[in-house]
Design a protein around this ligand. Structure first.
Ligand code: UD1
Ligand code: UDP
Length: 353
């Protein structure tokens, strides 16, 4: 693992390993390293420390991935695991899968088979390559399985398990409700606000798109009268300063810990996001979502009606926000029953018995 969403989505798998007393360890690449993107999640989710941290930090895609490959190869050569698990679509996932596959170790890809069919996204390249060098593909939905079959992957290697994000939400929602009320600290009223997250490279590294989204959020705030809270990712913060953009009418706060974020998400009138995990969580929590992208690798959310695409155009963002604010929250969660972690570990235990 290496980033915020991987820590969160791996947590149910780690808890299952702990429960069963399995021999496993966590290798952290150090892709995320700021306290608010890393340490705070280990603490809150009560996860054991990583056995090793490669501390690769930030850099260009090649620099970052290259350093990871070198570091991961050393650790895996020494530890010789039966199987290496990677989760999601980050550079950490690509490096982990590639290094392990080249050493001849079995690779399990958790959250396999997602496709946006948009190669401008670095994540899309990572997903495709990780899937195609994995031996066990843990697809969250039947649709993801179909995608993998369509790319020629052997049906015997694919397991539909649900997404571990559901496990994480179910395991932590009640705990988050017992935490101090997150909205009080932000000076907003319970249930009377909108929640935004924007961090994706193709949005925040593009001045026109980032500006369009911020203008859209301001117009949404003016049109519907609810404050918009934006816990900002460090990449977006850096780009906001670089482009000298103003987030007028938007309450920008530091990136939040998981329990506070989950609580805010659960009580929001609407979520506006370009995050993959947040699209899923909003769907699970029955909070309507407007996705600030032109496509999504989570089409299940569009199909059940929890989510719509708005891109980065301000007028479209306002239109879609209005549509989703009026939405009946009666959709089914397509991402599983919250037992994905258990299923994945069960499959591995049979495979490597
Ligand atoms: C990465 C993933 C993305 C995922 C996101 C989760 C890739 C290609 N991208 O994007 O898929 O959605 O993580 O949040 O793997 N920074 C900090 N502190 C940190 C980490 C990053 O300040 O702890 C800043 C640095 O300025 C860095 C920038 O954020 O240059 C981008 O970090 P990076 O890890 O390259 O990509 P993310 O945008 O975080
Ligand atoms: N998240 C969080 N604090 C925040 C924003 C997001 O804990 O301020 C959590 C959120 O609940 C979700 C995950 O981070 O589980 C999503 O990560 P991110 O958006 O960084 O990455 P993506 O899912 O797009 O890869």
């Amino acid at each position: 693992m290496g980033t915020r969403p991987e820590i969160i989505k791996f947590s149910p798998i780690i808890r299952e390993c702990e429960r069963l007393g399995l021999d496993y360890f966590v290798l952290h690449t150090g892709q995320h390293y700021s306290n608010s993107m890393d340490e705070v999640f280990f603490e809150q989710l009560e996860l054991p420390r990583a056995r090793c941290n490669l501390d690769v930090g930030s850099g260009t895609h090649a620099e970052q991935t290259g350093k990871m490959l070198i570091g991961i190869e050393k650790v895996l050569s020494r530890e010789r695991p039966d199987v290496v698990l990677v989760e999601g679509d980050t550079n950490t996932v690509l490096a982990g899968a590639l290094a392990a596959a080249k050493l001849g170790f079995k690779v399990g890809h958790v959250e396999a088979g997602l496709r946006s069919y948009d190669r401008r996204m670095p994540e899309e390249i990572n997903r495709v390559l990780a899937d195609h060098c994995s031996n066990l593909l843990f697809a969250p939905t039947a649709k993801a399985r179909e995608t993998l079959l369509g790319e020629g992957i052997d049906a015997r290697a694919i397991y539909v398990t649900g997404n571990t994000v559901v496990d994480a939400v179910y395991q932590n929602l009640e705990i988050s409700k017992r935490k101090g009320e997150a909205w009080d600290a932000l000076g907003i009223e319970d249930g009377d606000y909108l929640l935004a997250t924007i961090h994706r490279q193709e949005n925040v590294d593009d001045k026109t798109r980032f500006h369009g989204i911020l203008e859209g959020l301001q117009m949404v705030q003016e049109e519907f009268g609810f404050p918009v809270v934006y816990p900002i990712h460090p990449r977006a913060k850096k780009q906001l300063d670089t482009f000298k953009l103003a987030a007028n009418g938007v309450k920008v706060v530091e990136a939040l810990d998981y329990l506070s974020f989950l609580q805010l998400e659960n009580n929001a009138k609407l979520v506006l996001t370009d995050s993959g995990g947040v699209q899923e969580e909003a769907c699970i929590l029955r909070v309507p979502c407007v996705t600030l992208r032109d496509n999504t690798e989570r089409p299940e959310t569009l199909e059940v009606g929890s989510n719509v695409l708005a891109g980065a155009d301000p007028t479209e963002i306002v239109k879609k926000a209005g549509l989703m604010l009026a939405k009946n929250r009666d959709w089914e969660n397509p991402f599983g029953d919250g037992k994905a972690g258990e299923k994945i570990i069960g499959i591995l235990r049979e495979e490597f018995a």
